[in-house]
Design a protein around this ligand. Structure first.
Ligand code: URA
Length: 433
């Protein structure tokens, strides 16, 4: 087999066979195929696409390039959740305990990563003492006992994806739906869950800005999951504005805990119940969607989900006094209000600009070496459809420096205010099975 023939087949719009896909991944990982040939293949895929079958085979080859996590010592049907990423997304902290309270084991490996704020693991570290490293046995024991454990990623999961992603990043081939879908799914499948619920965000703060692209990505990922034997469902959810009102690390954890304690943050609660419902339906514990959403709303309202969160934090050595008294969580030195210059209604928000503003305050990492500041972030006071008067506070910046005019300007610019009234945006666009 020759790599040049594989490139030519794809360039001509043909389908690659399983043997060809395995050949290119194996020999690329062994450094027997040079980057320039793989770059050419990535560009051919960018233009000619891949069938559902090819995309699933590519995913399988990437999974097999590294370790896979064996969750079989955990009793019950393991269902994982993955979000394609958005601003203010703290749903894991609600969905995890909610599903655990319903009796489903949640064994989550999460990352740190780059972005507007830290990853799930960074956010959990806002709770002093919380241990993100457990031995395999502790991880399994905690899930069996408390139904929920979250640890930092261990093992060498899908190394072929890591190598391909780095190449795609510098060859303008990231934005290919089959390549994105196989990249995300290779890591999820290697993580070992029996079922996967994907939260595919759409809108100004999402990786996929248009609903059409988000649907295409969701369909591809569902096809891959199902072809590789994982029951997979995708929920397409709105990311035209940040989720909830808090962006940052400690303040996102705080908002999630408040929802677990019964606070009504409508968009966050709706999305958390929706995602949890599909997880419980995959696990087969409720008969239908209505029964699932009703039961999960009750578990939020009666404090059972909060109890599951509390137990999980305690089991991983987190200081629970910070959960009991949320004012103890890190906060920033300065609170700077961003005020409206005009009156009207909020029509649009550039969610990714608000995320970027949080990163400028120190909430996220631009480079792997950057340090996260847990206490800084942004609290939104106004969201889409809200009425504002001139001088009203749009948002509060939590900063450890007082010269934040640049960041305040970014946040102000991110709000589009018009005189006509508008309706709230809907949260859930579609569920793809
Ligand atoms: N996220 C991933 O994990 N992979 C991609 O290709 C794009 C986004």
């Amino acid at each position: 087999m020759r790599m040049v023939d594989i490139i030519a087949r794809k360039r001509n719009g043909g389908d690659l066979s399983e043997a060809e896909i395995n050949y290119f991944i194996t020999h690329y990982m062994n450094e027997e195929i040079p980057d320039y040939q793989v770059s050419a293949l990535m560009m051919a895929i960018y233009y000619k696409g891949m069938s559902g079958k090819e995309t699933a085979l590519l995913t399988k080859a990437m999974v097999e390039s590294g370790d896979t996590i064996d969750l079989s010592p955990i009793k019950g049907h393991k269902v994982d959740k993955h979000s394609t990423g958005g601003v203010g997304d703290k749903t894991t902290f609600i969905v995890g305990p909610l599903v655990a309270a319903a009796g489903i084991p949640v064994a989550k490996m999460s990352g740190r990563g780059l972005g507007h704020t830290g990853g799930t693991i960074d956010k959990l570290e806002a709770i002093p003492g919380f241990k993100v490293e457990l031995t395999n046995q502790q991880f399994i024991d905690n899930v069996n006992k408390y139904k929920l454990a979250v640890v930092g990623q261990t093992g060498n999961l899908a190394p072929a994806d890591k190598k391909l992603y780095a190449l795609r990043d510098v060859t303008a081939t990231v934005d290919s739906i089959p390549l994105i879908a196989s990249s995300i799914m290779s890591k999820k499948i290697a993580s070992g869950a029996d079922g996967i619920v994907l939260d595919v965000k759409t809108g100004s703060g999402a990786f996929m800005k248009s609903l059409e692209d988000s649907k295409r990505l969701a369909k591809e990922m569902v096809t891959i999951g199902n072809q590789l034997g994982r029951n997979t469902v995708a929920v397409i959810s709105d990311m035209n504005q940040p989720l909830g009102y808090e962006i940052g690390n400690a303040n996102e954890v705080k908002e999630a805990i408040e929802v677990l304690q019964g606070k009504r943050v409508d968009d966050l609660r709706e999305l958390a119940i929706e995602l949890a419902a599909h997880m419980t339906l995959i696990a087969g514990i409720y008969r239908n969607y209505k029964e699932a959403t009703d039961a999960l709303a009750t578990l939020l309202d009666n404090g059972k989900a909060y109890d599951a969160f509390y137990q999980f934090i305690k089991a991983q050595s987190g200081d629970t006094s910070y959960i009991e008294d949320l004012s103890k969580l890190s906060s920033a030195t300065y609170q700077v209000e961003v005020k409206a210059d005009e009156e009207g209604y909020i029509h649009e928000m550039e969610a990714d600009e608000i995320g970027l503003a949080a990163m400028h305050l120190g909430a996220g990492r631009a480079k792997k070496e950057d340090k996260i500041n847990h206490g800084v972030g942004i609290t939104l006071k106004k969201k889409i459809a809200d009425q504002v008067k001139k001088g009203d506070t749009l948002a509060i910046l939590h900063s450890d420096r007082d010269d934040v005019d640049d960041v305040a300007g970014m946040v102000k610019q991110a709000y589009m205010i018009k005189t006509e009234k508008i309706h709230q945006r809907k949260m859930i666009y579609e569920v793809i099975k």
